[in-house]
Design a protein around this ligand. Structure first.
Ligand SMILES: *Cc1c(COP(=O)(O)O)cnc(C)c1O
Length: 610
């Protein structure tokens, strides 16, 4: 059976039972049952499900791996982690994360004023806050306020001008001060599509010359005791461990050098984020060559070695992994609205008494196809279809002939794929590209999978049920935006996704899009004014699940208001125009007004044809 690569990307979070995709917890609830319960209350369109137990799992694994590595190597420095808010700032995620992170004193990383204020409101008592990114005086001021409130905060400076501002502000403020971190510019960088954050050409960090100057400035301003951390971040989704090791060696040596220059309170190295997850659902495109345990062991071992060599204390370790912590907690579920060639059934065939030769041949192929000739016939039919289209352009066959050819080729390809079974066959996969089925799915790729649009990042996709039935149709997924980029195409090499042949007018068919909890929500854009989907938090209980914090997708009026339209003006104008219409009478107008009111207060995803 097709398990859609669960054993590659699933991290044991899901299992298949009775053909349904279930959460791998003792009560094993099926995702489709959760979805049905929500839809029974009238919610339509895409749903974003959040699973706090999967956040907890990632947080626990991260702390456990580092604890194990520290024990194994007898490492004396502490391990600390902060969650970078930019990866997902939605309250449905952040509030759960903070709560679950309490026992670990799991902290927060902020990269803007808004994120910093959010961190100051929600961060766990005694847990660290780190601040990265470009800062103006106001932002530094907020950092001082955080320290004055009792937060354990470190302002990591990205350039010497920020350090100058800190020195100036510290003279004006009250006694408590934030700790100071320096972001170092490494000559090593990461690998993969998000590797731009590291390296000497990166946007961030101090060069060696600037580091020396920073130490001198700090000493002169009597602030050197507040300098506690160096920081680097070599990019997101680091696909190989080697560049990280190089970066760590470099950072470890800088740490030791700075301490020797008199930075006696420098006690921590912050590795930034970048810990990768496996997004691929196909063996041929897997992307990550290390595990969390290896990562933790390498970090601890390398830092221990350098500290020993340089005769300096083993530094505290800080990590800022975001993707690793948040990606798996969110699953987008979207209903399939239509299969484009669904009408290509035998009933739609309307053969003439006398048909063009090619159509007769196609009809014969359809009737005599069997396992031994299926591939050959499939090839022939695709070839015939091309000829029919040429003849149509030249005016030799008519629209009815063309329709018959389309129906026959679709019927042949469905039958062929079925007859050929699971055999992986290079020829078959090539033909599948030509006979792919287009699934129209009720979601916006721009809103819910922006990294697919922007970077070609694939996310695992699978149906939520029928997993005991062999899928036979090579699938490309179309979203409901009017943009031709809103498509996840079938690709026989990198994305050979097969889905089921279902009649969605008779039965529901839902697709799950997985690992969408990192970056996608906040990067998502309102193209065509499709907004963040309806979301719910799913708490797993002993006997099943509970649906909490159901938040419906924004209404059309809310979306327009967000764009600074005056929504009263919109409503009044619609009203006036309706009043002025002489095409319907007053009773009819009253009804239409009521309808308009409902539409404006509903979200913009499709619902009636579901
Ligand atoms: C984006 C970012 C992170 C998070 O990176 P992930 O790849 O999501 O772990 C951590 N630290 C800094 C400074 C960042 O800019």
């Amino acid at each position: 059976m097709n398990d859609y690569g669960l054993n590659i990307w699933g991290n044991s979070n899901f299992i298949i039972e009775d053909g349904k995709l279930c959460l791998n917890t003792p009560s094993k609830p099926a995702i489709i049952d959760i979805v049905k319960q929500i839809r029974d209350d009238g919610y339509r369109g895409p749903l974003l499900l959040r699973f706090p137990h999967l956040i907890q799992k990632q947080v626990e694994q991260m702390y456990a791996s580092f604890a194990k590595a520290k024990k194994e190597f007898g490492y004396k420095g502490n391990f600390n982690a902060v969650y970078p808010l930019k990866v997902n700032q939605y309250p449905g995620f952040v509030k759960n994360l903070v709560e679950l992170g309490k026992p670990y004193k799991y902290g927060i990383e902020a990269g803007s004023k808004a994120e910093l204020l959010l961190a100051m409101a929600y961060n766990n008592e005694g847990a660290p806050i780190t601040v990265n990114g470009f800062k103006d005086k106001e932002m530094i001021n907020i950092g001082f306020i955080a320290a004055e409130m009792g937060h354990n905060i470190t302002l990591t400076i990205e350039g010497l001008n920020e350090l100058e501002a800190i020195i100036a502000i510290s003279k004006e403020r009250f006694a408590p001060k934030p700790n100071i971190g320096l972001r170092i510019r490494l000559h090593s960088s990461g690998s993969g599509i998000w590797a731009k954050s590291g390296g000497i050409y990166s946007k961030f960090g101090l060069t060696s010359t600037e580091l020396i100057e920073a130490i001198n400035m700090l000493k002169k301003a009597n602030l050197i005791e507040y300098f506690t951390m160096i920081h680097f971040h070599i990019g997101s989704q680091i696909t190989e461990i080697h560049p990280l090791k190089k970066a760590l060696t470099e950072a470890g040596n800088i740490y030791a050098e700075l301490r020797k220059m008199g930075a006696k309170n420098l006690k921590a190295i912050n590795l930034g984020g970048g810990l990768a997850i496996e997004y691929s659902q196909f063996k041929q495109t897997t992307s990550r060559n290390y595990t969390l345990n290896e990562y933790a062991n390498d970090v601890v071992y390398l830092l221990k070695t350098i500290a020993e060599q340089k005769n300096e204390p083993e530094p505290d370790i800080f990590t800022e992994s975001g993707r690793y912590i948040s990606a798996s907690h969110a699953v987008l579920v979207a209903p399939v609205l239509e299969l484009f060639s669904q009408e290509h059934t035998e009933e739609k065939l309307n053969l003439k008494k006398k048909n063009p030769q090619l159509i007769t041949e196609l009809y014969d192929l359809y009737n005599s196809i069997k396992p031994s000739n299926a591939l050959e016939y499939l090839h022939d039919s695709v070839h015939h279809m091309e000829s029919v289209l040429t003849l149509f352009d030249l005016g030799y066959v008519d629209l009815q002939d063309r329709s018959n050819a389309e129906v026959l080729v679709n019927l042949i390809s469905k039958k062929a794929v079925f007859l050929l079974g699971n055999k992986s066959n290079i020829d078959l996969s090539k033909v599948q590209k030509d006979v792919q089925e287009r699934y129209l799915v009720n979601f916006s790729l721009f809103q819910s999978l922006p990294d697919f649009w922007g970077l070609g990042q694939n996310f695992p996709i699978m149906p939520l049920d029928r997993l005991d039935i062999r899928p036979t149709l090579p699938a490309s997924i179309w979203d409901i935006t009017c943009d031709s980029d809103g498509e996840i195409g079938y690709n026989d090499e990198t994305n050979p996704l097969l889905l089921h042949d279902v009649d969605v007018e008779k039965e529901d068919y839902f697709l799950g899009f997985f690992l969408v909890g990192a970056y996608q929500e906040v990067l998502g854009m309102k193209h065509n004014l499709f907004t963040h989907p309806t979301e719910a938090t799913i708490k797993i209980t002993q006997s099943g699940f509970e649906i909490e914090n159901l938040l419906e997708s924004q209404s059309i009026l809310d979306i327009l208001e967000d764009m600074d339209y005056n929504v009263y003006e919109i409503q009044d104008t619609l009203n006036e125009r309706l009043e002025k219409s002489s095409l319907i009478n007053d009773t009819q107008k009253k009804q239409v007004l009521g309808e308009l009111y409902l539409f404006l207060n509903d979200n913009s995803y499709l619902k009636t044809i579901e």
